[in-house]
Each structure stands twice: as structure tokens, then as C-alpha cells.
Design a protein around this ligand. Structure first.
Ligand code: NAD
Length: 295
């Protein structure tokens, strides 16, 4: 029978573990991790994500330092804010919600976050550390979505070593770090992308398929080898006829109904990778806090 990988449940367990750890750290140090959440403008999806991140952070016991800036904020002003947060003692993690308005260069802002406070794990130094660090380095700040995918894969208690893993998508925030993390688990990793030829065949050889494309239900059931594990990162809003009414619904990059027939385990959308991303953001900030106590 196909196992449904329950991201909500796994993320809840991770948050509970973090909460205990934070209670413990608080009684030892008198301090709790501080997360600065920076948003510029009013992108509707960002409002939802920031609200969810802030709520989760408070629930595990973090101090949340909220900076919601107006759309017209200049790159210079945002840089100045990040510089100030870099210096602030009570801030252990800085999260700048993407996308930023077009007049602000995202990479400039992400690069300006102090690598020790890089809650998203996007800073070039942390990207480099991820690629060279040893298998079990607990101090790394790791991009949240791919790290969440690895935790879900590990929850299956299968031997990942030597498995053929195909990651579809080569973005800096999902595809590339996902491939690095799978490599650390000793998988044989293929990164597929928009120029990949015979994608269907490439997928059919995979024991593990991670889809991070942003194209609704692009990965068909017939692309999935019998017994493969499928992790669907995609979040796509499509119009659907639900009980005679035209409504929006969320679907992944994988045709879930068909893929489920071949997969041994699969993540749903919603309720799969999404909740893990936020839990891993809290994990990174806790790691940053602990790293600081050690230094
Ligand atoms: P992106 O647009 O930066 O990258 C998409 C990648 O897909 C590119 O590398 C491109 O080469 C590849 N691609 C595009 N068309 C393709 C095709 N026809 N065949 C093969 N590859 C193709 O996107 P991203 O930021 O990596 O996000 C990917 C998806 O994951 C989106 O749906 C996004 O919403 C979702 N996402 C979810 C979470 C989460 O928390 N669940 C987090 C981040 C992103």
C-alpha cells in the first residue's frame, strides 16, 4: 500500500522537539532565540507565509521582531535595516520574505544578511558550507524546503544510500540544495531541468523523485517507477470545478492520483512539504542561537 507522507504530522513533531529544546535553553541561559521577520510590500502570498511563520515561531517560544515595510522602501533603506539587525544581540535569525519589489536586488539583500543569522540558509557562505560539510554537521544553516524534504525521506526509515534520486528543478532555493542534501545521503543524484531531454525516461529510472518545477501536475503517473518515493515540492493554484462551482485549488507538480498508484510513498499537496519548510526555518534559527552560545 502506498504510504502518504504526512508533512503536517512530521512538522508538528519537529516543532515539539524544538519547543522542548528552547524551554531547556531558556532555563540554562535565560534567553530564547530571536527571529527578525522582514517583509516589503503587500504580496498576498507573502502576507500568508509571514503570518504562518510568525505564529509558529511564537508557539515554539521565539521572540519575533517584525518589520513590515512599505512597497516604496528603497534598497538602501532595506540594506540599512538588515545591517542593524545583523548587529542586534537579541536577533539570532533574519528572514527576508521573498519576492522583494522589482526595484530591490534580492541577491544584494540576501548577501547582506550575516551568515551566522541566515535563517533561510541562502547566504553564499552557507551554500558553500553545505557543499563541503561532512555528512553529520549539525551546525549548518540549510535551505528550509529541501531540508524538510530530507527529514520526510528519513522518516520512511529506508536506506537512502545508493538510491537513484532525480531532482526536477535547479533553483538556488530548492533544486540545487536538494541535490546536495541527497548526495550527503549517498544517493546517486541527477538534476533535471527545463532543458533536460527525455525527462520521462530520466524519472522512470529514479528510486526517489523530487519535483520542484512550478508546473501543475507535470509529472505523470507513468513517469514513476513502481515502488519509487515521490516528494512533491510544487505549490500551484489552479482553477477547478468543485461541486459545480469554479474555485481555486492547490496542486503540486505531480499528478498525485496517478503517481500514487506506482509510488511506495508520496507527499500530498497541500499538507506535504509546505509545513516542513516553516518548521525547518525554526530549526535553523535554533541552530543559529546555539552556535552563538558556543562561540
Ligand atoms: P523556480 O521557478 O525558481 O525553478 C523551477 C525550476 O524548474 C527551474 O530550475 C527550471 O529549470 C525547472 N523547470 C521549469 N520547467 C521545466 C520543465 N518543463 N521540465 C523540467 N524542469 C523544468 O522555482 P522554485 O522556487 O524552485 O519552486 C519550484 C516549485 O516549488 C514552485 O511551485 C514553488 O511554489 C514551490 N515551492 C514550494 C515550497 C514549499 O514550501 N512547499 C518552497 C519553495 C518553492
Amino acid at each position: 500500500m502506498t504510504k502518504l507522507i504526512n508533512g503536517k504530522e512530521i512538522a508538528k513533531n519537529l516543532r515539539n522537539t524544538l519547543k522542548k529544546e528552547i524551554d531547556n535553553l531558556k532555563s540554562k541561559t535565560g534567553k530564547v532565540p530571536g527571529l527578525a521577520v522582514v517583509q516589503v510590500g503587500e504580496v498576498a502570498a507573502s502576507n500568508v507565509y509571514v503570518k504562518a511563520k510568525t505564529k509558529s515561531a511564537k508557539e515554539v517560544g521565539f521572540e519575533v521582531i517584525d518589520h513590515h515595510l512599505i512597497e516604496q522602501t528603497s534598497e538602501e533603506e532595506l540594506l540599512q535595516l538588515v545591517m542593524n539587525l545583523n548587529k542586534q544581540e537579541n536577533v539570532n535569525g533574519i528572514l527576508v520574505q521573498l519576492p522583494l519589489p522589482d526595484h530591490i536586488n534580492e541577491q544584494v539583500i540576501l548577501d547582506s544578511i550575516h551568515p551566522d543569522k541566515d535563517a533561510d540558509g541562502f547566504h553564499p557562505l552557507n551554500v558553500g558550507k553545505l557543499s563541503i560539510a561532512s555528512h553529520n554537521d549539525q551546525n549548518l544553516l540549510i535551505p528550509c524546503t529541501p531540508y524538510g524534504c530530507i527529514i520526510m525521506l528519513k522518516s520512511l526509515e529506508i536506506n537512502l544510500s545508493g538510491k537513484n534520486a532525480v531532482v526536477i528543478g535547479r533553483s538556488n532555493i530548492v533544486g540545487k540544495p536538494m541535490a546536495q542534501l541527497l548526495l550527503k545521503e549517498s544517493c546517486t543524484v541527477t538534476i533535471a531541468h527545463s532543458k533536460t531531454q527525455n525527462l520521462e525516461e530520466v524519472c522512470q529510472n529514479a528510486d526517489i523523485v523530487v519535483a520542484a518545477v512550478g508546473r501543475p501536475e507535470m509529472v505523470k503517473g507513468s513517469w514513476i517507477k513502481k515502488g519509487a518515493v515521490v516528494i512533491d515540492v510544487g505549490i500551484n493554484r489552479i482553477e477547478a470545478n468543485i461541486k459545480g462551482e469554479n474555485k481555486n485549488k492547490l496542486v503540486g507538480d505531480v499528478d498525485f492520483k496517478e503517481a500514487e498508484k506506482n509510488a511506495s510513498a508520496i507527499t500530498p499537496v497541500p499538507g506535504g512539504v509546505g509545513p516542513m519548510t516553516i518548521a525547518c526555518l525554526l530549526r535553523n534559527t535554533t541552530v543559529a542561537f546555539k552556535n552563538k552560545q558556543k562561540s
